[in-house]
Design a protein around this ligand. Structure first.
Ligand SMILES: [Mn+2]
Length: 407
């Protein structure tokens, strides 16, 4: 187990890819790590003679993957998502297409032999800090052709986007990509107080700090999801912030700010519904055309505001648009729920352990109302439920909290 075995598995994947024809549907996440991964693989695959259909998705949702496996008669390649959903992807595929998954999240084994899950964790490469999806994609690109070393800077940008430098600097596999980028004059390392490193992209005329650049890329993917955001985000990963992208980024930030301000004004006027332990609201379609990732970011943003009860769980809903760009229309009527915590309540959950965490509450409550079960943490969680089930979900969570407290 280790990097050598991981590279062996990548070579196995490349063999399957080459045997599967010249067309690839590349399915990727819409955050900075997902967009950089897509930029790296799209470039490397195109250089190797493949024609690439890029599909940016916000989450692995069963109807979406079913549609992709029905509609794209070609090799399907997931990156920065899918590792955990390998069984569901297997079900969607049912032996039809060569399917590769390249991911650094906690993985499950596929049940379809035509699905290869190249998950870093199967080889002991840890996805929470040592290897981003972008670095995994970079290794994949190098195995396709060593000339793809010129994509190293994009690997670094994805790792920074996933905050893999949070303890002062990139380590392990991510650091290998960083050093490749530094050697080629693409990235410069600056040492700040206490040895903390800051990375600057030095490919353009002026050096650009990579942390804010990764935030900009995430804004393209999230706020601009239903428009041209992912396309621009991928280009920015490769080319840096060109003038058209810069103008668009300003627009997107204004859109986001305006939606936040309208919603906050409503919540301040008493728009929050209350149960004994939960405060909740729905923005409906108000956040359109932003992706549903934004409801989570908004809940995080307001968690310690004056109009928020510091002792209650926060639940926000945002309706799912009835389409997935590049995949088509869907007739679902569903809403995404995001859960976050005010800091005082977070202490009670994580430190005092006197209140139940979201990792227990949300999957349990979602199950009761037929919602999707997603990766949940104690301090942040999400699910998708049918429109009209909002209050039932909240009441199910409330009942679970009360049951826990009376134990
Ligand atoms: Mn990632």
């Amino acid at each position: 187990m280790g990097k050598a075995d991981f590279l062996d598995e990548i070579r196995r994947g490349i063999g399957l890819l080459r045997a599967g024809g010249r067309e690839v549907a590349l399915v990727h996440h819409n955050d900075a790590d997902g967009l950089t991964s897509a930029a790296i693989l799209q470039t490397a695959l195109a250089r190797a003679g493949f024609s690439v259909h890029r599909i940016c998705i916000e989450r692995v949702h069963p109807p979406i993957i079913a549609r992709i496996h029905d509609a794209f008669p070609m090799t399907i390649f997931y990156v920065d998502l899918g590792g955990q959903a390998a069984p569901a992807i297997s079900e969607a595929n049912r032996g039809r297409r060569t399917t590769l998954i390249l991911d650094h999240h906690h993985p499950h084994k596929p049940t379809d032999p035509r699905v290869l899950n190249i998950a870093t964790e199967f080889f002991g490469l840890m996805g929470d800090m040592d290897i981003s999806a972008s670095t995994a994609a970079y290794f994949f690109a190098l195995e396709l052709d060593p000339a793809n070393r010129d994509l190293a800077h994009a690997a670094v940008l994805g790792a920074v986007g996933d905050e893999h430098d949070r303890e002062g600097g990139l380590v392990k596999e991510n650091r290998e990509a960083l050093m490749d980028a530094v050697e080629q004059g693409q990235v410069r390392i600056e040492i700040k107080e206490k040895g903390r490193e800051v990375y600057l992209l030095t490919r353009s005329r002026e050096a650009i700090p990579m942390a804010p650049l990764s935030v900009a890329v995430t804004t393209f993917g999230g706020v601009g999801y239903y428009a041209d955001g992912p396309d621009l985000g991928v280009r920015v990963c490769l080319e840096g912030l060109f003038p058209q992208a810069e103008r668009r980024l300003k627009d997107l930030r204004l859109t986001q700010q305006a939606a936040y301000e309208r919603t906050t004004a409503q919540l301040r006027r008493g728009g929050l519904k209350q149960t004994e332990h939960i405060q909740w609201f729905s923005v409906g379609d108000e956040f359109s055309p932003m992706g549903v990732k934004i409801i989570g970011e908004y809940c995080w943003d307001i968690r310690n505001e004056g109009f928020i009860d510091p002792e209650k769980y926060i639940v926000g809903f945002q309706n799912m648009a009835p389409e997935v760009p590049g995949v088509g229309a869907f007739d679902w009527a569903q809403t995404k729920a995001s859960m976050r915590l005010p800091t005082p309540l977070e202490h009670k959950i994580l430190i005092d352990r006197s209140m139940p965490g979201l990792a227990y509450l949300v999957p349990e409550a979602a199950k009761q109302v037929g919602g999707s079960i997603d990766a949940c943490h104690d301090y942040t969680a999400a699910t998708i439920v049918d429109l009209g089930q909002e209050e039932q979900l909240v009441m199910a969570m409330e009942a679970l909290i009360q049951a826990k407290l009376s134990e």
